[in-house]
Design a protein around this ligand. Structure first.
Ligand SMILES: NC(=O)c1ccc[n+]([C@@H]2O[C@H](COP(=O)([O-])OP(=O)(O)OC[C@H]3O[C@@H](n4cnc5c(N)ncnc54)[C@H](OP(=O)(O)O)[C@@H]3O)[C@@H](O)[C@H]2O)c1
Length: 292
């Protein structure tokens, strides 16, 4: 069985990667905190706690100890966690780390999967050139330090695969994403942005795709857009409301306007992969076991 290492298995994407890939691969899941911190989510994997990825020597020892065939880097500092004084951390973790990992993996014959973001694009309507959204070769114009640091963190090498996408999902520890925010609302109305459009996928769908890519597209490298059908945040909240049987009213709100849909056509042509429809992704999300 192929051994894969998931870095950052305590996060929104990382815990799902570990859980979804565990039946298909021998998974080594790393956590910055103590092993067992998200035990229900990563059961069936070998959990290594106390891994600070900023420690290069520690990373090298980890790779030499477990000798994975592939590393999935789900470590990152996401937009919601970036305050005014966090530029150094953003650059270290989002920009520098992927290149360091690429070097450490490359010299050991290990494949690296890095997760890029639609936030490398501005989201301004005038900047979208194609009819189906941003393509891989469109000029990136990140609007903030998150997007800029993530753009720098897209290594180019024959053993590195960068999947640019956007994700929603349940969260194991810190709850900072759209889904957990919505589920924490009561019966007071929330605003649903009708012109804020994205084309992300659920963390489970992305994790399953990663498994397929590791098994069936072993030589694939480069930067690719992984996208579902575009959806407005307002419509997504309505789907979440129905699937999770919530009473929270969602009021349509035309501003802010932001269109970060990615054109996944290039990736689809190369792999044959198509994202499920949004109602299916959200229904599956509602049926997921919530990590403790
Ligand atoms: N969320 C999105 O919409 C989205 C879209 C596209 C791409 N991505 C990318 O996908 C990746 C995962 O995102 P996510 O949404 O799952 O974020 P998340 O829930 O915040 O998870 C990030 C993980 O990185 C870990 N981490 C940060 N600094 C670390 C360090 N120095 N040492 C060890 N671990 C460290 C965090 O550990 P702690 O829990 O200990 O802090 C956390 O577990 C990121 O690269 C992100 O840019 C996310």
């Amino acid at each position: 069985m192929m051994r894969v290492m998931v870095l950052g298995a305590g996060g929104m994407l990382g815990h799902r990667l570990a859980a979804v890939l565990a039946p298909r691969f021998e998974v080594v899941a790393t956590l910055r905190g103590a092993a067992g911190a998200v035990s229900s989510a990563v059961c069936g994997t070998t959990v290594v706690g106390g891994v600070d990825v900023a420690d290069e020597g520690g990373l090298a020892r980890l790779l030499d100890r477990f000798r994975p065939e592939a590393v999935l880097n789900a470590v990152g500092v996401v937009k919601q966690r970036l305050g005014p004084g966090d530029g150094e951390e953003a650059v270290t973790i989002n920009a520098l780390l992927p290149h360091r990992l690429a070097r450490l993996c490359g010299t050991r014959g290990i494949r690296l999967v890095q997760f890029g973001t639609d936030c490398v694009f501005s989201g301004r309507a005038a900047d979208v050139r194609g009819p189906d959204g941003y393509r891989e070769d469109d000029p990136a114009e990140p609007a903030d330090i998150y997007g800029r640091s993530k753009l720098l963190g897209e290594p180019e090498a024959p053993h590195v695969l960068v999947l640019r996408t956007s994700i929603i999902g349940r969260e194991a520890g810190r709850r900072q994403g759209l889904v957990e925010w919505f589920l924490s609302q009561g019966e007071a109305p929330v605003r649903g942005f009708t012109r804020a459009v994205f084309s992300g996928v659920t963390t489970t769908v992305l994790a399953e795709l990663c498994g397929d890519l590791l098994e069936r597209h072993r030589g694939m490298s480069g930067t690719w857009h992984v996208a579902a059908a575009p959806i407005a945040k307002h419509d997504l909240l309505l789907l979440l409301r129905a699937a999770f049987e919530r009473a929270t009213p969602v009021l349509p709100e035309p501003w802010p306007e932001c269109d970060r849909r990615l054109d996944g056509g290039h990736f689809r042509a190369a792999t044959g992969w198509m994202a499920p429809e949004w109602p299916k992704m959200v229904a599956d999300l509602a049926a997921e076991e919530v990590p403790r």
